[in-house]
Design a protein around this ligand. Structure first.
Ligand code: FES
Ligand code: MG
Length: 575
């Protein structure tokens, strides 16, 4: 294929190609590292943004896997430059990785802007790493391709299959109810995470890498390959080869992202029964691409597409099964008529070409639309006087009896208040109560922690209750389930009406009519808010201070207000 760029037109040429004092320094310092001039000069220089760390189990293979990416780049005539970035291990980073998503997005964008690079391979997968890397790459708009970490293998305990997150919540409830022994619990601890790779349920990680692939940011089926499968390093090397060609062709995120590609992502989010976390992430990405996706678009997508991936937490299987069943390309081919197949992808082919003829090997794991595991409306966007700017729920993962429900609120002022009270034997609570958690939003949490699956009170667990209506301005893990209403906007901490709700107030939720309502007049809400004080979340200095001053609400994607949009930024001058 004819190249769109000459070596002299490469961005890196500005550093290495000139005949001046600065270029002398840039070249001589490459020689200092043992490279020869013809190793790099006139070649596409590829940043590999590696989110490896010693304490990120989902990316534990990245230290080696990056060598496969480099192999591909070198074979295709490029020059790889590994640039480490903050790893954001979901399990360990506090208060929550969402607090730091925008930091990684900024880091990715500025790593690319400040270095002599022509394009990027983004190595991510654990929850927030995928959207953060993509947000940075979209804003920088150099050729960029994602190398997804891949899911870990199926968990195993006593012959039973265990799924990340989902089965922890499930068996914890059984342990709390006295049905599982300490010894059994410890066996599960050793069996649930059997290999490197990200969570292998259809949690946030699998959702976001699948959506990245749908948007056109990966090689075909790359997001479905289990991390330890030998296909994974082959995919990594091919990703390295692909970026070199993308740089010569000048194929950038802006060539891949369109209204149609985002519509495809929304449709696939529904088909997968994907994590509710995808909602703020996709909104944030779209705003950086100048394409305004909002909550109404999720609602519309939910009404047109049911859940056809039979994966936990909505269904039965895990990502390893999904891969053997045909993976994402199989699923996409199965819903081809619902997709805009003309959308461009990183390999220069359309989405339609990439999925053409992709087989399905197990029609129970990847269903047809006519045989969906949940017909339509798997993600519901609700509005009402508790959530004027919306909130979300996944009815596919909830007990059907709670989909139309009125009950008294039991309000927890914040997470610590909830923890102190929830397991008290004298807690005044029934299965018909609606649990409400305040001050768990983007500013109030901070970082909108995954507290939205409020625990069922122990007293009710012992009575056999396994689901209740729960309302908060928090998020929940993509591996969670239950009748949890999330992302209430505006959040309570900044004076959203959720802050006015008190224990005993009657709340009505009607999923079919998409409404959520507290039986209080506007005047009563306003007078309660007038005397309400949020807990102190002030930061004297540092990142938290910037975060608190600039974070947007859930319905706007929780980006920083100064990062969103498409205002161009000049490349740095070379001097
Ligand atoms: Fe990394 Fe779940 S902890 S994806
Ligand atoms: Mg998660």
């Amino acid at each position: 294929m004819e190249r769109k760029k000459t070596p002299e037109q490469l961005r890196s040429h500005r550093w290495f190609g000139a005949e001046d004092l600065r270029a002398f320094g840039h070249r001589s310092r490459m020689l200092q590292m043992g490279y020869s001039i013809d190793d790099f000069k006139g070649k596409p220089i590829v940043a590999i943004i590696n989110t490896w760390s010693d304490i990120n189990p989902c990316h534990a293979h990245f230290k080696n896997r990056v060598e496969d990416v480099k192999r591909g780049i070198l074979q295709a005539g490029g020059f790889p430059v590994e640039l480490p970035a903050i790893s954001l291990a979901e399990t360990y980073v506090k208060p929550t990785t969402m607090f730091y998503r925008n930091l990684l997005a900024m880091e990715a964008e500025e790593l690319l802007r400040s270095h002599p690079v022509d394009g990027a391979v983004l190595m991510g997968g654990c929850d927030k790493t995928t959207p953060a890397l993509l947000m940075g790459a979209i804003s920088m708009n150099l050729p960029a391709i994602l190398m997804p970490a891949g899911p870990m293998l199926r968990g195993n305990w006593g012959g039973k299959t265990l799924g990340s997150g989902s089965d922890v919540w499930k068996y914890w409830a059984e342990k709390e109810a006295g049905n599982i022994s300490q010894a059994q619990w410890e066996e599960m601890e050793a069996g649930i995470a059997r290999s490197y790779g990200h969570c292998m349920t259809m949690g946030t990680a699998s959702t976001l890498t699948s959506l990245a692939e749908t948007l056109g940011f990966t090689l075909p089926n790359a997001s479905s390959i289990p991390a330890p499968d030998s296909g994974h390093p082959r995919m990594a090397a091919n990703t390295g080869k692909q970026i070199v060609e993308m740089i010569w062709q000048d194929r950038k995120p802006s060539d891949v992202l369109t209204r149609g590609s985002f519509e495809n992502a929304l449709t696939v989010q529904m088909a997968l029964g994907g994590s509710t976390n995808a909602i703020p992430h996709l909104i944030a990405m779209s705003k950086r691409a100048g394409l305004d996706i909002g909550l109404k678009d999720f609602e519309a997508a939910s009404r047109r597409m049911g859940v056809i991936a039979n994966l936990r937490p909505s269904g039965e299987f895990l990502m390893e099964d999904f891969f053997y069943a045909g993976g994402l390309t199989g699923l996409l081919e199965n819903i081809r008529s619902h997709l805009d197949t003309d959308c461009m992808t990183v390999n220069g082919k359309t989405l339609g070409d990439n999925i053409a003829g992709a087989p399905i090997y197990n029609a129970d794991v990847i269903r047809g639309v006519e045989n969906a595991i949940y017909s339509a409306g798997a993600t519901a966007v609700l509005y009402g006087n508790i959530a004027p700017r919306g909130c979300v729920m996944k009815p596919s993962a909830a007990d059907p009896r709670l989909l139309k429900h009125t009950g008294p609120a039991l309000v927890f002022r914040d997470y610590n208040d909830m923890n102190a009270q929830i397991n008290r034997d004298d807690l005044d609570v029934t299965a018909d109560h609606i649990l409400v958690l305040q001050n768990a939003g983007p500013v109030g949490g901070p970082g909108m922690p995954e507290w939205g699956m409020l625990p069922i009170p122990k007293k009710l667990l012992k009575q056999g209750v396994r689901d209740m209506l729960r309302i908060s301005d928090a998020r929940m893990s993509g591996t969670s389930y239950g009748a949890c209403i999330l992302h209430v906007a505006p959040e309570s901490y900044i004076g959203g009406p959720l802050a006015a709700v008190q224990t005993g107030d009657m709340i009505s939720v009607d999923i079919e009519n998409r409404s959520i309502h507290v039986a209080l007049g506007d005047d009563e809400i306003q007078s309660r808010l007038a005397i309400w004080n949020p807990p102190n979340r002030d930061y004297g200095r540092g990142y938290g201070r910037m975060y608190a001053n600039h974070i947007t609400q859930a319905d706007e994607g929780c980006d920083f207000d100064f990062l969103t949009g498409t205002t161009p930024i000049e490349d740095p001058e070379i001097h």
